[in-house]
Design a protein around this ligand. Sequence first.
Ligand code: FAD
Length: 437
Amino acid sequence: MGMTDTASRPATDDVTAEVTAWLEENWDPELTVGEWWEKLGTAGWAAPTWSKEWYGHDMSREEGNRVSKAIRDFGALGAPGGLGLLLAGPTIAVHGTDEQKQRYLRDIVTGQKAWCQLFSEPGAGSDLAGLQCKAMKDGDEWIINGQKVWTSGGHYADLGMLLARTDPDVPKHQGISYFAFEMHQPGVEVRPLREMTGRALFNEVFMTDARVHDDACIAGQGNGWKVANTTLMFERAGLGAGGGEAAGGTASPGTVAGDLDKRAGDFVARREGGGGGGAAGLLGGASQLLVEMAKQSGQIKDPMIRQALMRLHTRNEIARFTNLRLKAGADLPGVGNIAKLTMSQILRETRDLGLRIVGPAGTLHAYNSEDRKVLDEATGNPLLGMITEMALFSPGPSIYGGTDEVQHNIIGERVLGLPKEPNNDRVMAFKDLPKNT
Ligand SMILES: Cc1cc2nc3c(=O)[nH]c(=O)nc-3n(C[C@H](O)[C@H](O)[C@H](O)COP(=O)(O)OP(=O)(O)OC[C@H]3O[C@@H](n4cnc5c(N)ncnc54)[C@H](O)[C@@H]3O)c2cc1C
C-alpha cells in the first residue's frame, strides 16, 4: 500500500486544506450514509493512504491521520470503519489480482460491503497455522467445511477473509489458502458470543458444504499463510495506532447493519453526543480524561495518583515518539509488535488508574443506555460508564491480533534472532502432525 515519502507530498496543512475544500463542496448531512460514502470513497478520502489507482491519494500514514482529523473537525461523517478498510482492503491491494481489486476494493471504500476475519478456530488461535477448516476442490469452486470462532462482526459481515486448508499433505504453513468468502449463502451459520461488556461483538461461524469460487482465492492456492501475515501486519499496525476508528464515523458499513439508507448527518450528531467509541476510541484522550477526573475528585493531590498519571503520560509520550521516529523514516524492526504491546499495556494501566480514581463506583456498570442514565444520575459522574466499559473490555487487546506472549515470541525470534522452539512443523505433512482438539 502506497506509503510515500512525505517530502514529496504537499505540506500537511495543504492536505488539510485540500480535504476541507473538498468537504465544503461535497458534504451534505441530508445524503444517506450510502450516498455520502460513495462520494467520499470514490474521491479517495476514505482510504487516502491507498494508491491513487485504487481509491486513494498515495498519502503517508501521518497525512491519512490528518485527513481523518479534518473530516472530524469539519463535522462530516468519517470513512466506513471496520475490518474491510482496516484489513481486507489493504491485504487485497498487496496480494490481489487487478480483477480482484476491481471486485472488492470499491465496495470497501464506499462501505457497501462489510468484512469479517475468519481466521481463529477452537483449536487454532496462537497456533493459527494449525487451522483445520477444510477446502475441497470441486470444479471451479471449493467446498468449505469447518468452524471459526471469535469472529468480530461476523453477524454484520457480507464477506469474510477465510483461511482454509486446501492441502493436508504438505507442511502446515504451505497447505493454507486465503479466500474472499461470501457470508450470505446456504451452509453458513453465525452464532453470537456474548462478552462480559454485555455486547455480542463476536461470533462462532459454522460452515457446512459452503462454497467459494476459485477466482476468490487471494494470491493462489497454498499461498494463504503469506497473505494472512500481511493481514496480521496491518492488524497490529492499526491496533497499535488505535486503529479501526477511521475518522469520525459511527455508522456501520455493509448490507446487514442497515445504516446505508439512513441520514448521514444523524450519525455525526450522535457522535458528538459522546459515549459509543468503546475502549479503543477512548485511549487517545484517556490520560487527559483521568487527569480531569482526578482534579474533580480532589485526588490530584494524592502523590500516588499523580505518579501513576505521570507514568501513563510517559508511556503515551514514548508511543508518540516512536511514531514520530517512524515518520522520520527510522527503520525500527518489530515496531508493529511493539506498538501492539504498548497499546495493550497503556489500556491496562488506564483501566487500573481509572478504577482507582472512581473508587467503589467502579463496581457498578450499566449494560444499556437507560440504565446508564440512572447510574450517571446516582453517581453524578457521567464518565463512570467509560471507565467501567474500558475495564470490562481491557483483556481483549492483549489477546486479539496475536496475544502479548505471541508478540514477545515474534520479537524474540524474528527481531532478536533467538532460536525457535524445536518442532517438525516445517518438514512434516500437516495430516501427520499432532493436533489441538
Ligand atoms: C476481542 C477479540 C476479538 C477477536 N476477533 C477475532 C476475529 O475477528 N477473527 C479471528 O479470527 N479471531 C479473532 N479473535 C481471536 C484471537 O485472534 C485469538 O483469541 C488469539 O489469537 C488467541 O488464540 P486463542 O484464544 O485460541 O488462545 P490460545 O492460542 O489457546 O492461547 C492461550 C494462552 O496461551 C498462550 N500461548 C499460546 N501459544 C504460546 C506460545 N507459543 N508461547 C507463549 N504463550 C503461548 C497465549 O498467549 C494465551 O495466553 C478475537 C479475540 C478477541 C479477544
